[in-house]
Design a protein around this ligand. Structure first.
Ligand SMILES: Nc1ncnc2c1ncn2[C@@H]1O[C@H](COP(=O)(O)OP(=O)(O)O)[C@@H](O)[C@H]1O
Ligand SMILES: CSC[C@H]1O[C@H](OP(=O)(O)O)[C@H](O)[C@@H]1O
Length: 399
């Protein structure tokens, strides 16, 4: 077994060659590191016939900060195992893991070079009609088949233990639920919205609701989450979409994954007037609203159908309980979407949807819309029992 060392492109090349038959003999291989995420190294290894694979290696620290932020390389095991598990439940929308090496914390996976990152496409004004229906399937299948509806008590508890992910969960606990609501040194806040950010630090009513969402994140192991379903973790093309980057995976509240995706679609929604001319902004916002409606409708329909037909536990087969469960998932999802809107505006990790707005005053307007919409979703999540009410609320933040 090779001891852990940080890969050079040549190391990644040898790793890919050793663990895949795909390149064949006498291949002329080349490798390049092209990762743009916050945490890891990502290499593309290619041969001279156009075949390529991806090698992703966890560094012993967070890439975006450096060695001053040490981080366990066990996150690569979590990522590989979540992707493998989700791949069993929903292979069509999960990137395929070909090999995982625990000592090197390195994953060999399929290259999604025929796809583009969803966030970059949305920022360019591209739309995909199948996004909501495919992501609804991904979420319904991965979340249902890892939940108590299917797994027996002992099997579920063993799964929860296997996916304990303390360090990465702590990042989310801090960045989502704590930092934005105090004057934390990790926050990045553009000057024009600093007065509004300061109000968040005094907003006890909001902080109480965020505390409840955080408490659920800490203590509600409903299903094996991806843990970071933002639009930079979704690859998409004209036919399909596939999810990558599951290192934040753990057993948590189902609404967290749905809310992360909703929050990212809404970040693009509030950014539209700053990114595009008025007519295009209006069209893209209409597209996003329709996708959000469809995402929830299709998720709810599929999850309900799975609960009705595949639930193993006889007590959980109760249909009133199942309806109540789904209603709570919607409220949770809206709350977590609100947290995503706020943390991407005043926290450490910002998003291109807002950062690509070149005019500083337009960017500030979009950021303020993100904060107000986020606050409204968090505060009103229990009353917003229907998607129509949610969409009416969102439309108030179009401009
Ligand atoms: N399977 C893949 N196929 C093609 N490109 C990939 C793949 N996985 C990652 N990438 C590229 O690497 C970038 C960073 O990957 P990501 O998993 O998000 O890393 P991090 O964990 O550091 O956030 C992605 O934005 C994408 O450009
Ligand atoms: C220091 S981690 C910040 C932020 O980055 C993660 O996303 P990604 O690795 O996909 O860039 C995650 O959203 C964390 O909250």
């Amino acid at each position: 077994m090779t001891a852990y060392h940080i890969f050079t492109p040549d190391d990644a090349l040898r790793f890919a060659d050793r663990h895949s038959e795909l390149f064949g003999d006498h291949s002329k291989l080349s490798a390049v590191e092209f990762g743009d995420g916050n945490l890891n190294l990502v290499f593309r290894v290619s041969n001279d016939k156009g075949t390529s694979l991806i090698v992703k290696q966890a560094l012993p620290y967070a890439r975006c900060v450096g060695e001053s932020w040490p981080l366990s390389t066990d996150r690569a095991r979590i990522e590989a195992e979540v992707l493998q598990q989700h791949g069993r439940f929903c292979p069509q929308h999960t990137v395929e893991v070909l090999h995982f090496d625990p000592a090197l914390s390195a994953i060999l996976m399929e290259d999604l070079k025929q796809y583009q990152i969803l966030r970059s496409e949305l920022v360019k004004g591209k739309t995909f009609a199948h996004l909501a229906s495919q992501m609804a399937s991904y979420l319904a299948q991965t979340l249902f088949y890892s939940s108590d509806f299917v797994l027996s008590g002992p099997v579920k508890k063993a799964a929860v233990a296997r996916f304990i992910n303390p360090e990465l969960c702590l990042i989310t606990e801090d960045l989502f639920f704590t930092d934005p609501y105090c004057n934390h040194e990790r926050n990045t806040i553009h000057t024009l919205i600093l007065p509004r950010a300061r109000q968040l630090w005094q907003d006890e009513e909001l902080q109480a609701e965020v505390a409840a969402l955080k408490a659920d994140f800490l203590s509600k192991p409903q299903a094996l989450l991806h843990g970071d379903v933002h639009s930079g973790s979704i690859f998409i093309n004209a036919d399909n979409c596939k999810v990558i980057d599951a290192e934040f995976g753990f057993y948590g509240p189902i609404g967290f994954d749905i809310g992360s995706l909703l929050g990212n679609l809404l970040l693009n929604y509030v950014a539209c007037p700053g990114l595009f001319a008025p007519e295009q902004a209006e069209q893209q916002q209409a597209y996003l609203l329709a996708q959000i409606r469809e995402l929830w409708q299709q998720f709810a329909a599929q999850f309900s159908q799975l609960m009705a037909s595949e639930t193993q536990d006889s007590a959980l087969q109760n249909s009133r309980y199942q309806q109540h469960f789904l209603q709570q998932v919607l409220a949770d999802s809206l709350g977590y979407a609100g947290c995503e809107l706020i943390r991407r505006t005043v926290g450490l990790a910002h998003v291109a949807d807002l950062e690509k707005i070149t005019d500083a005053s337009k960017r500030a307007e979009a950021e303020l819309r993100a904060i107000e919409l986020g606050r409204a979703l968090i505060m009103q999540r229990a009353q917003l029992a229907q998607m129509d009410a949610v969409l009416s609320l969102v439309q108030q933040f179009a401009l």
